[in-house]
Design a protein around this ligand. Structure first.
Ligand code: NAD
Length: 259
């Protein structure tokens, strides 16, 4: 069998700007379910209900949202970075990684040790929240304490009383402009673009590999199941994101040490 991992390691050694684009499949091995695999989140909840419009539109929409958020947040909070997250830190320390563009909201890239400025979060971060009226920031852990102690719909401290929203991008909500533009710039400037654990069906995030490929980058997709962009890829690896990234980082590291 062809040594696919070895080929990616070779490309990473030769590339001047490697960008890694991660999705929910990056964190399933940390215990956070993805959205589309069997037993994923949307097998149990209807995504049409948890939209930005429903959240903003009514107290009942917010109540339903926080009911779900209260059960999902502890899963994210408990999760630990897996060998894949650590492998990306290794690549960064070796000078072989420009940045990570992520669809994830779990903060695990930063917790593994990637500097925050190397992580471009397209869909926000579930560890933070903010008042939509006065913009006062809140730690999501504090909101969780409120929910656990019986608050049903958290609101900003008096006298504000505004709507508190987690700093994640909800369905139907625009992507953050600055992060999206930065991600597009980095994708176009990359010469190796590696997708890890994404179904590549959530747009506009899924445009990033297209930007990279059109600008001349090599495209690698590491995902357990097929994606709509597989035919564009220079190389596909249908394996575990944690195992594949750990293997790539190890080979890059050993080559750099031996030269
Ligand atoms: P997705 O759920 O649509 O797809 C995940 C993909 O990863 C699937 O194709 C699956 O086959 C693959 N996969 C799962 N585990 C894998 C593994 N261990 N190794 C390799 N591949 C694996 O996820 P998405 O494309 O990221 O889009 C879903 C949206 O949901 C994102 O926008 C994201 O914001 C959000 N989300 C985030 C988290 C998180 O922060 N961890 C979790 C669930 C959903």
């Amino acid at each position: 069998m062809k040594d696919l991992v070895g080929q990616v390691a070779e490309w990473a050694l030769g590339a001047s700007r490697t960008v890694v684009f991660t999705g929910a499949g990056m964190s399933t091995e940390s215990g956070i379910p993805d959205f589309r695999s069997p037993r994923g989140v949307w097998d149990r909840f209807d995504p049409n209900e948890f939209t930005f419009q429903n959240f903003i539109g009514s107290e009942e929409g917010r109540r339903r949202y926080w009911e779900l958020g209260r059960t999902v947040y502890p899963v994210v909070k408990r999760a630990e970075p897996n060998p894949g997250h650590h492998a990306l830190v290794t690549l960064w320390r070796l000078g072989r990684l420009d940045c990570v563009i992520t669809q994830n909201i779990d903060n695990l890239h930063q917790r593994a040790g990637l500097p925050a400025e190397r992580v471009i979060e397209l869909h926000g971060n579930a560890t933070r929240a903010r008042c939509l009226a006065c913009e006062r920031p809140y730690d999501r852990a504090l909101i969780q304490d409120w929910l656990e102690s019986g608050v049903v719909v958290p609101t900003c401290e008096p006298p504000c009383g505004g709507v508190i929203k987690p700093r994640t991008v909800m369905f139907g909500e625009a992507m953050p402009r600055e992060e999206t533009e930065e991600a597009e710039r980095r994708a176009r400037a990359s010469d190796l673009f590696v997708v890890v654990g994404s179904s590549l069906v959530v747009y506009p995030a899924a445009h990033m590999p297209v930007h990279a490929k059109r600008a001349g980058a090599r495209l690698v997709i590491v995902n357990r199941t097929p994606t709509p962009q597989d035919s564009e890829a220079d190389l596909l690896i249908a394996g575990s994101s944690a195992a594949v990234l750990a293997d790539i980082a190890e080979r890059v590291a050993s080559r750099l040490v031996s030269t």
